[in-house]
Ligand binder design. Structure first.
Ligand code: APR
Length: 232
């Protein structure tokens, strides 16, 4: 039994592509992060066990770049949408560009670069901003701090609450994701048949069922979509 649809609720599912025009690399495009690094060497619990310094270096570099980046017109348009709708941004991104762009309801399913967490108690989180995490940085229980990132093989964050938002949304907008990583990509299947469903991307392996593909970049199309929805 799906939730009753709320025509005033917009759910936006974003991926690395929405931050590309802010200068942050995606993962699977040409020149993307996974062309430069081995996932198994920097983004898995096994990598952390084998070489924690390499993992910390990888995320320290990404954190420095992310905090230096600026929100783009797509991030800002999604914040403007809140003047008329309840907007829930569900992001696979670990940067804080949605928050700095003005969005007030952002659900991170793959973690956040600007936070560190205890390796002894995952509920102990620490705001890092742009600061580096180094070996020897300890939580209040004396355990090493790690990036607050969901590594491959770890459970994603907030999936159930994210799924409930998608299943009750009157409009579902997908921006800048290759939809290649589950279960995050599976969130789209929770959208109701009667919801308006759009996906913005310059290229798409395969169009998700019942989503209308708007071919192009986030900055080209998200502000236009937002303006149309604000005038409805
Ligand atoms: N505007 C919109 N979309 C863009 C842009 C742009 N300017 N540039 C690239 N894209 C699209 C690409 O076409 C691609 O479909 O963004 C998508 C980026 O896909 P990925 O690099 O796979 O990034 P993402 O989908 O966010 O990856 C999902 O994989 O490695 C894990 O945890 C990581 O959260 C990440 C997850």
């Amino acid at each position: 039994m799906s939730d009753p649809i709320d025509h005033n609720k917009v759910v936006v599912l974003t991926g690395a592509g929405i931050s590309a025009e802010s200068g942050l690399p995606t993962f699977r495009d040409m020149g993307g992060l996974w062309e430069q690094y081995e996932i198994t060497e920097v983004a898995s619990p096994q990598a952390w066990e084998a070489n924690p310094q390499l993992v910390l270096d990888f995320y320290n570099e990404r954190r420095t770049k992310a905090v230096a980046a600026l929100p783009n017109a797509a991030h800002q348009a999604l914040a403007e949408l809140e003047s008329r709708y309840e907007v829930v941004v569900i992001t696979q991104n670990v940067d804080d560009l949605h928050e700095r762009g003005g969005s007030t309801n952002v659900i991170h399913v793959h973690g956040e670069l600007v936070k560190a967490r205890s390796t002894a108690d995952a509920s102990l989180l620490y705001e890092m901003g742009g600061k580096e995490i180094q070996l020897g940085d300890l939580c209040e229980q004396g355990a090493q701090l790690r990036p607050h990132i969901v590594w491959f093989g770890e459970a994603i964050h907030n999936f159930d609450v994210a799924a409930r938002h998608v299943s009750s949304a009157g409009k579902v907008l997908v921006v800048g994701t290759s939809l290649s990583v589950y279960p995050a990509a599976g969130l789209l299947t929770k959208a109701q048949a009667s919801a308006e469903k759009l996906i913005v991307s310059p290229d798409l392996e395969s169009e998700p069922v019942a989503f209308h593909w708007i071919k192009g970049t986030a900055v080209e199309h998200v502000p236009q979509i937002v303006n149309r929805w604000l005038e409805e």
